[in-house]
Design a protein around this ligand. Sequence first.
Ligand SMILES: NC(=O)c1ccc[n+]([C@@H]2O[C@H](COP(=O)([O-])OP(=O)(O)OC[C@H]3O[C@@H](n4cnc5c(N)ncnc54)[C@H](OP(=O)(O)O)[C@@H]3O)[C@@H](O)[C@H]2O)c1
Length: 138
Amino acid sequence: MDLNLLGKRALVCGSSQGIGRACAEQLADLGASVVLFSRDREKLDKVREQLNTSAGQTHTVLLADFAQPAQVKTSVERLLAESGPCEILVNNTGGPAPGRRTVPIPRLLSTPSTCIWSPIRPWCRRCCRACRRPPTAA
Ligand SMILES: NC(=O)c1ccc[n+]([C@@H]2O[C@H](COP(=O)([O-])OP(=O)(O)OC[C@H]3O[C@@H](n4cnc5c(N)ncnc54)[C@H](OP(=O)(O)O)[C@@H]3O)[C@@H](O)[C@H]2O)c1
């Protein structure tokens, strides 16, 4: 399997810490350019400074609160307009607090979620479109 990601760009949601940050580090180590995406510029800038750039790639920071779909949309559209789509999407964010669930499921599902739904909606189609390849000639 060829994991050389040189020339590829990855949007990594929830990448200021934890699993998202670990994904960003791995992707940068494999040669990808990374767009770090969450709420806190200071935290994201610190992560960006520590990402691998040995393949000559550059990393950038994108800000939005995933519980605010309008913010996600605005940021993503700006990214697309300024630098085009990404080939890789890591659709990750903070989850519910650990421990026993205290909110009834219908209410949990109807509240603006910081989980997968908010970031995935505006992004999935655009990223998938960018990843599609024309069929190769037989
Ligand atoms: N860690 C585990 O063992 C584990 C196991 C199973 C599943 N998970 C799930 O995996 C996901 C990531 O876990 P983690 O441990 O890496 O979490 P984490 O350390 O809390 O990191 C969450 C990341 O999401 C960002 N984030 C949170 N809320 C956000 C919001 N409203 N808008 C934008 N960014 C937001 C945070 O950035 P800022 O706060 O800086 O904006 C941070 O970068 C969670 O959904 C968790 O439930 C984790």
